[in-house]
Design a protein around this ligand. Structure first.
Ligand code: ATP
Ligand code: MG
Length: 555
């Protein structure tokens, strides 16, 4: 699949074009700033493709910066996973990865500068009082009794906070801005708080940690970011972003630009909820193939190109909306339709015995790997007296619409011969155990010579050479379009999001590489599971159906 080569422009690219044309900037420098408190999801992919994509297209650079000001919820496991995911998506950041915590010394210095300028104060009011005095959207806030403490006293108190002389929650450092501002974030926001916790980067050096709004703008400026792209919920906070940079001695002032976050139907994107799915064992982990995480999509069989293509197709705007799951699915379907080798796998097998085929002999047939691309070559597929076909592909009786195998009638086996069902054998429960057939040896790759028409084609696997495989049929994790709005995750879950089949795959699939995608002819697109598959037990994951089966349901 050719990734959208001529990328449609967007309002952010227009701003950048203007900034370059006016000489405001000579180069573009963006950043992707994840908090290492969970795995990256498809929403982050939108931001990654935007930030790294812009840097790439404008010959600029993009930093990877871990926004690690909240050590309690963060971990190195997430740091490593995020780095791996960004690289897998096809991007490389400028230099070493950075951490907001790299700047804790500088940030502390800027906090002291604000105190010295009379623009920050240590507030000993309890949390509830601070909240109370902040006011509401309709009513202005009220000044804290600590607002007019002298600079000298604030410096001394902040030093004590930093030295660990106070317990958590005893006091905090607040910016002195405007308690009557229509923007709540400007009503003397807390910029430093006490946390007696170990940090994954700075260990036990600090017991005061800067707040996100204070940290983010300064980190951007220290790194020389030109355009700081973030999601719309930070629109109001832009006032604070600019206020901080306007009031400290820092030469650089990045421009914050907001865009709408990705919301995707049939899934949740909040890290808190994703975390809950993992910790409450609704899924097998962050990389469960049903998760909207990059790791989950990857394990499911999505390719990096298909995710980048998705980000291009949905575009970047300021409008909040809900993207249809079908758009994501069509991106991987288009990719695999073009690039995935075809192969044969029977998910729900029933035995076929071809009575006029010599016992114990194997005929090696050549099958094209792709119907429209000869360059993908051919593979050997063994044909034997005993085969498996899909149980649902046989009926003892059926009308003309059923173009598969029917008792007394003929069907073509994919890339092989025409066979005719002669009789069946059943077990005590009436379940068919074997379908006895005959084959027409003159029909390999050609229609029957006498002109009789054989309509249907079904897939098959040699019973002797086929390899047993567990085949996991994944579907959407949630059965309603907006599970985020449901009272509980339970009531929104799709009970059939995973169905496990024990089938047989053609022998060439035993050499499949983890995550490599295949079309199992007539059954969908599948990949070898990267975690649970082994030489002893092959495991394949369904990536996506051949067609959008949910669209049919919606109709
Ligand atoms: P959550 O609120 O669930 O914890 P977050 O937005 O805080 O998610 P971060 O790790 O801080 O997650 O996000 C890193 C970057 O990715 C931010 O710039 C953020 O705006 C962006 N991002 C996060 N979620 C989405 C989304 N759904 N669509 C687009 N961008 C997103
Ligand atoms: Mg965040």
């Amino acid at each position: 699949m050719a990734e959208s080569a001529s990328r449609s422009t967007n309002f952010i690219r227009k701003i950048i074009d203007q900034d370059l044309a006016s000489g405001k900037h000579t180069m573009v420098h963006t950043r992707f700033p994840p908090e290492p408190n969970g795995y990256l999801h498809i929403g982050h992919a939108k931001s990654i493709v935007l930030n790294f994509g812009i840097a790439g297209d404008y010959q600029g650079t993009c930093n990877l910066r871990f926004d690690d000001t909240n050590p309690l919820k963060e971990s190195m496991e997430y740091v490593s996973a995020i780095k791996a995911d960004v690289r897998w998506l096809g991007y490389e950041w400028e230099g070493k990865e950075r951490y907001s915590s790299d700047y804790f010394d500088a940030l502390h210095g800027f906090a002291v500068e604000l105190i010295e300028k009379g623009l920050a104060y240590v507030d000993f009011s309890p949390q509830e009082v601070i909240r109370e005095l902040r006011g509401t959207l309709k009513e202005p806030g009220k000044n804290s009794p600590y607002r007019d403490t002298s600079v000298a006293e604030n410096l001394a108190e902040f030093a004590k906070m930093t030295a660990g002389e106070y317990p958590e929650g005893h006091c905090s450092l607040r910016a002195k801005i405007d308690m009557a501002s229509p923007f709540m974030c400007m009503r003397d926001p807390i910029i430093y708080r006490i946390r007696h916790v170990h940090h994954h980067q700075t260990a036990d050096k600090w017991c005061v940690y800067p707040m996100y709004d204070f940290t983010h703008c300064i980190s951007d400026a220290l790194e020389g970011i030109t355009h700081s792209l973030c999601t719309l919920e930070f629109q109001d906070n832009r006032r604070l972003y600019d206020w901080v940079l306007d009031n400290i001695s820092i030469p650089c002032h990045p421009q914050q630009i907001e865009f709408s976050r990705l919301n995707l139907e049939y899934t949740v994107m909040s890290k808190r909820k994703l975390n809950l799915l993992v910790t409450d064992n609704y899924v097998s982990g962050w990389d469960d193939p049903r998760m909207p995480t990059i790791a989950g999509l990857r394990r499911r069989g999505y390719t990096p190109g298909s995710i980048r293509e998705f980000a291009h197709r949905i575009g970047v705007t300021k409008m909040d909306n809900m993207v249809e799951m079908g758009i994501l699915e069509s991106c991987i379907r288009d990719d695999l339709n073009e690039n995935a080798p075809r192969s044969l796998a029977v998910l729900d097998p029933v035995k076929v015995v071809i009575e006029n085929f010599a016992e114990g002999s194997t005929e090696t047939l050549q099958s094209p790997n792709h119907p429209n691309n000869d360059a993908m070559g051919t593979r050997d597929v063994p044909f034997t007296r005993e085969l498996y076909i899909e149980r649902e592909d046989f009926r003892e009786e059926a009308n003309k619409k059923f173009k598969r195998l029917v008792l007394g009638k003929e069907v073509r086996l994919r890339n092989a011969y025409v066979i005719k069902a002669e009789r069946v054998e059943k077990d005590a429960n009436g379940e068919i155990t074997t379908i006895f057939c005959s084959y027409d040896p003159e029909t390999l790759g050609v229609d029957p010579a006498d002109g009789r028409k054989v309509k249907g084609v079904i897939h098959w696997v040699s019973a002797e050479h086929g390899v047993p495989a567990e085949i996991r049929l994944y579907d959407r994790l949630f059965s309603i379009p907006n599970p985020g709005a449901a009272e509980t995750l339970d009531e929104a879950l799709n009970p059939d999001s995973l169905i496990v089949m024990n089938g047989f795959v053609e022998p060439s699939l035993a050499k499949a590489e983890p995550e490599q995608g295949f079309q199992f002819e007539r059954m969908g697109y599948f990949c070898l599971d990267s975690k649970d598959s082994s030489a002893e037990k092959l495991v394949f994951n369904r990536t996506v159906d051949l067609r959008d089966s949910w669209a049919k349901i919606a109709d």
